[in-house]
Design a protein around this ligand. Structure first.
Ligand code: SF4
Ligand code: SF4
Length: 92
């Protein structure tokens, strides 16, 4: 599953820099998570980093985005390929 930020978010800015996939961004009112970028930290960490740092515990799993570990791993691998392409393009 991807995670979801609820409207209890207090915009404390703590989670955004902790995300290894740059999945967290400021929305119109509160921070949001791009589900296509969120791997639940699979591939990087044992546990979701944003959940660990959030002071108000407002980042549950998104019931609309049910993904098993294998699917999250494949998403991680896809993101690595995309990031590798960007890095190579910048170096060229
Ligand atoms: S669970 Fe991990 S990948 Fe997903 S938004 Fe939180 S920090 Fe980013
Ligand atoms: S850590 Fe929690 S309260 Fe702070 S910006 Fe992120 S989601 Fe919002």
């Amino acid at each position: 599953m991807a995670l979801l930020i609820t409207d209890e978010c207090i915009n404390c800015d703590v989670c955004e820099p902790e995300c290894p996939n740059q999945a967290i961004f400021m929305g119109p009112e509160i921070y949001q998570i791009d589900p296509d970028q969120c791997t639940e930290c699979v591939g990087h960490f044992e546990a979701p980093q944003c959940v660990q740092v959030c002071p108000v515990n407002c980042i549950p799993v998104d019931p609309a985005r049910v993904e098993d570990h294998q699917t999250l791993w494949q998403k991680y691998r896809r993101l690595q390929v995309v990031q590798g392409d960007v890095t190579r393009a910048r170096a060229a």
